[in-house]
Every structure is written in C-alpha cells, then in structure tokens.
Design a protein around this ligand. Structure first.
Ligand SMILES: [Zn+2]
Length: 395
C-alpha cells in the first residue's frame, strides 16, 4: 500500500510538473512586432527587432548561425544593450571585420530570445538572409552542380568560363579520382579591384578566393583577361573539390599537395615555373617537401618556386603511381591522418622519402639541359600584371 501511495505521489508530481510550463506559457505576454535584417555588403548586417509586453522587457539576445561546412552545430549569441521598457525597438550589428568577412551569397540564419520582468521568455522562429553583393547586377548560369554569377561580359565569355570549369572537374576526376560532393557557386567579378572591394580584409594582390567551407568561389576576371581567368577558375575550383573530398575535424592537407594539385589541374605548367625550377635545381636551392607543407612565403620568386616545386612533386606522384593511389591518399587524409602517416600508408614512404625519390626523378633529367634564367624582376612584374601572383597566394 505504501508503495502504491508513493507511486501515486510520483505520478501526481509528474503530472503537476507537466502542467506547470503550460500554465506559465499561458501568461506570456511578450509580443513580437517586427523582425528584419538589413545587408550592407561586405561590411555589415543590421538586425532589427520591435517587441512589446505588459511588463518591462529586460533581456534581448540575437542568436545566429552562418551556413557553412562544419562539425560543430553551434550558434553565436549577441547580447543587445537597451533600457528595459514595455515597448522596445533595438538593433544589433554584425560587423564583418570582427568575424573576418563573409563571401557573397553566404546564408545567415537568425532568431531572437526575449525575456521580461515577469520571467517570461519568447524565442522567435528562425529566419534567414542571403548576404548578397547587391552592388552589382548579377546574371547566372548553371550546369550540373556549378552555378556561375557574373555581371560584365557577354554570354560567350561566361560560357567559356563554364566550359573551363567543367573540364577542370573532369580532368581532376580523371587524374585524382576527386569529385565535387556539394554544389558550388562561383562569383565572377569584373576585375581584381572589384573583387577586393567585396572583401573586408583584401590584400592588394588578391585575384581569386576559394571559400571552401561555403562552397563559394570569388574571382576577378575581366573579359579582356579571359586566358588568365580560364586557369584561375580551374585552380580555385580544384581547391574547393579537394577540400570537400578531404574535409575532417582533425587535419588539413600539406600546402604543397593542395597547391600542387590546383596548379597541376590548370593544365601544362607556366614556362616561368619550369624556368625557376630548373634554376633552383642548378643552384641546389630546392626546398624540402616537408618545408613546403607549411604556408608558402608571400614574396616573389620564393613563392613562385614553391608553386613550381609543388606542381612538380604532384606531377611525379600522379605520373609514377597513378590515379588510384592519389584517390587513396585523399581518402586517407579524409580520415584525419597525419601528413607522414597518410603517405606511409598509401605509398610506403613518408614526405622525406618522397623528397628523395622526387629529386632522383627530376635532377638528372633537367641537369643536362639547364640554361640560365633571364632576370627575375620582369618575370615577377609581368606575372603580377597578368594576375597570376594572387592565385598562388590564396588557397
Ligand atoms: Zn591556390
């Protein structure tokens, strides 16, 4: 009997506790009057809220998430400063300089949490905004999983870029097995200057950016600079595919592999690369594969040589060991492997071993036909004018 009473008591308590929130809920008097957001690309998003209540509203917070590839389902919360009152209109500004900026077309989901002096709480339904660069009149064209946005140049211009992008995807799959996992949007700005105007922290040499976690690429390609653009779009798209293929919460790729694949997939190497690499071999100035795993130097020849070497090492791996091994390597990196661990597992040597084998491959062949390289300054200057330098500096 005692046991029955105890169970009954527990059941009553459970019933009361189940009813309790409903009773409190019925007293909620917080009313959402309006909620909106204003985009000022690329600098800020201004979130606006108006609400009223029978008692003072005492606590307002904005919660938001940015739609990108991530392993953590986290949201950010901003406390809104205001004087408690029964009717309030507040705003809160997401300053892009504080978060490093967002690419054009990034989606932000947001909602409000409002509390009053009586202890009531209202959480609004989520809304979302696409942070579009509305300073330009964009047109778009899609094929498969790719969409290109552009505002200057005719249909022939964008069709050539689309063809290059599709061919880039096909050649990447043929040589490495890597394929796009998710859709990609590519924004073609009409110049490097326009592109830099879309960023909160632009570097003056930025010509193309792959926002890998967003599936978004932004490149400055003038219709008059199409040849460069065809390589640029392939380069950045390769970065994005490789990122999607290998994304994991533990480890990225060594820089030389990431950049080497991007340059390799552009097509035949730029003659400047070949010349600089030959010179470095002749001068015994090669950089070890291990050293090339860190971010490249931002300076002239040093950076260019890093790209040239990276291309050559990737070329060696694909030519010697084939596509299946490269695909296996990318899949091993996707498991979160260390650099050396991945190479050891797939190829049977670590990065030092790779450096030794690669040197054996390139040095004897090139040493017999080395020629002095013409002055490097005009080469660098010319590259900067063509917009090549930026690509190499951005991953
Ligand atoms: Zn790159």
């Amino acid at each position: 009997m005692k046991k029955k009473i105890a169970i009954l008591t527990i059941l009553i308590c459970l019933s009361l506790s189940a009813f309790a929130p409903v009773l409190v809920h019925a007293q909620i008097t917080i009313k959402l009057q309006s909620s909106s957001v204003q985009a000022d690309f690329p600098s800020k998003l201004t979130f606006n809220l108006s609400a009223k209540d029978d008692v003072n509203l005492t606590d307002i917070r904005l919660r938001y998430t940015i739609n990108r590839e991530s392993f953590a389902q986290a949201f950010s919360e901003a406390y809104v400063a205001f004087t408690p009152a029964a009717t309030v209109s507040v705003n809160w500004v997401l300053n892009m300089q504080k978060i490093g900026g967002l690419p054009p077309g990034a989606t932000v989901k947001y909602w409000w949490v409002i509390k009053d002096a009586a202890g009531n709480r209202l959480e609004t339904a989520p809304q979302q905004i696409d942070f579009n660069d509305s300073r330009h009149l964009w047109r778009n064209v899609s094929k498969g999983t790719l969409t290109l946005y552009w505002y200057q140049g005719d249909d022939a211009f964008v069709n050539q870029l689309m063809t290059a992008a599709q061919q880039g995807l096909a050649s990447l799959e043929k040589n490495t097995g890597a394929q796009l996992v998710r859709p990609v949007r590519i924004y073609i700005y009409a110049s490097a200057r326009d592109l830099q105007g879309s960023m909160v922290f632009p570097a003056e040499w930025t010509g193309g950016v792959s926002f890998t976690e967003y599936g978004i690429i932004a490149i400055g390609i003038a219709p008059s600079n199409l040849d460069w653009g065809l390589r640029a779009i392939t380069h950045e798209l390769t970065h994005l595919v490789i990122h999607q293929m290998t994304f994991n919460p533990y480890n990225g790729l060594p820089t030389w592999l990431d950049e080497g694949l991007a340059v390799y997939n552009e097509g035949p190497p730029d003659p400047t690369f070949t010349a600089l690499l030959n010179q470095a071999i002749a001068d015994n100035q090669l950089t070890s594969v291990r050293s090339l795993s860190s971010p490249f130097s931002a300076y002239g020849d040093e950076a260019t040589l890093s790209y040239a070497e990276s291309y050559s090492v990737v070329n060696y791996l694909i030519t010697t060991y084939g596509q299946p091994k490269m695909l296996e390597l990318l899949n091993t990196f996707q498991q979160g492997s260390t650099y050396d661990g991945a190479f050891q597992e797939v190829y049977g040597f670590n990065m030092d071993g790779l450096y030794t084998l690669w040197k054996q491959q390139v040095i004897p062949k090139r040493a017999s036909r080395l020629e002095p390289v013409t002055p490097s300054f005009p080469v660098r200057f010319g590259l900067a004018l063509q917009g090549l330098m930026p690509l190499w500096g951005v991953s």
